[in-house]
Design a protein around this ligand. Structure first.
Ligand code: PLP
Length: 285
């Protein structure tokens, strides 16, 4: 909702928005950009989740030709969820920001996992946020609060967002108790994201060492591991079934690649146990 409110506050119906084809705002928000804001996405980017400045320029439209919708906004996502939790570096972000500024476009960050990127790259959040006109950040996910996200931006933008939040039905009166949980998460759960990253890496390394599992995005930089079985008999489904019998539940995707996300309820013992069960399933097959 924070992304959708931001989209609404940045654009008018009929505008174009540049975003990565695998971005959450494009593929996992129920076509909210089209349905709520009436915007059209132009999707560009690299397989690793990054976007090159030239790719933005390639689809940029000034709005001076009536055939073409004006480009209004560029959206980045960091870390990039569907691209293996890729942490996009400041230099790459600043390069896109320069093009956006040059063309008078707003720049929005889906920073659901922004603090994972900051920890992985050892960059301060304020530096990572600086190139953007707006950003969203989730207090749940790795930060471990039960619920909630924020939008950050200039005051006039936030005033517009508050109106759209109300319009969308999100003007929660009882937000104080939720805000306190988020405050706790910010105070106590940021530095420890490094543990999630180490756990994800250990899990990915262990799976890869079996020689029967492929990691489409390689070893994780942050807390997201994508993997699939390449075993001729122990298919992904069979591997996930074996894990399930031991109480380790992993989602199934259409393409046969699964995604595991480490967080503060998962520790190094859980990782070793998962690897033991996976190894057993893969060798028994
Ligand atoms: C990159 C990204 N943005 C935003 C969200 C927020 O989505 P939701 O509405 O499911 O909380 C998520 C959640 O998975 C996400 O991964």
């Amino acid at each position: 909702m924070a992304n959708q409110v931001s989209l609404k506050a940045h654009t008018q119906a009929g505008d174009e928005v540049v975003a990565h084809p695998q971005a959450h705002i494009v593929r996992a928000e129920s076509a909210g950009g089209a349905a709520i804001s009436g915007v059209h996405f132009r999707t560009v980017g690299n397989p690793d989740g990054t976007m090159a400045p030239q790719q933005v320029l390639d689809v940029y439209q000034a709005g001076d030709d009536p055939h073409y919708a004006p480009t209004r906004l560029v959206c980045l996502e960091n870390t990039h969820n569907a691209c293996g939790g890729k942490a996009i570096g400041l230099a790459e972000i600043e390069a896109v920001a320069r093009v956006a500024r040059e063309k008078g476009l707003a720049l929005h960050l889906d920073g659901a996992r922004l603090l994972n990127a900051c920890i992985a790259l050892d960059v301060k959040p304020e530096r990572m946020a600086a190139p953007f006109d707006s950003l969203t950040l989730c207090f749940s996910k790795g930060l471990g609060a039960p619920v909630g996200s924020i939008i950050a931006g200039r005051r006039d933008f936030i005033v517009r967002c508050a109106r759209f939040r109300k319009m969308f039905g999100g003007g929660t009166r009882q937000a104080g108790i939720l805000a306190e949980a988020a405050r706790h998460a910010l105070a106590h759960h940021v530095e420890r994201l490094a543990e999630d990253h180490a756990n994800a890496r250990r899990l990915a390394e262990g799976l890869r060492e079996t020689g029967k599992v492929e990691l489409p995005y390689g070893l994780p930089e942050t807390n997201i591991v994508f993997f699939r079985s390449t075993h001729p008999r122990v298919t992904q489904d069979r591997l996930l079934d074996a894990l399930k019998t031991e109480g380790i539940l992993i989602g199934r995707s259409k393409g046969g690649t699964s995604r595991i996300v480490t967080h503060l309820d998962v520790d190094a013992h859980d990782i070793e146990r998962t690897l033991r069960v996976a190894r057993r399933a893969l060798t028994a097959g």
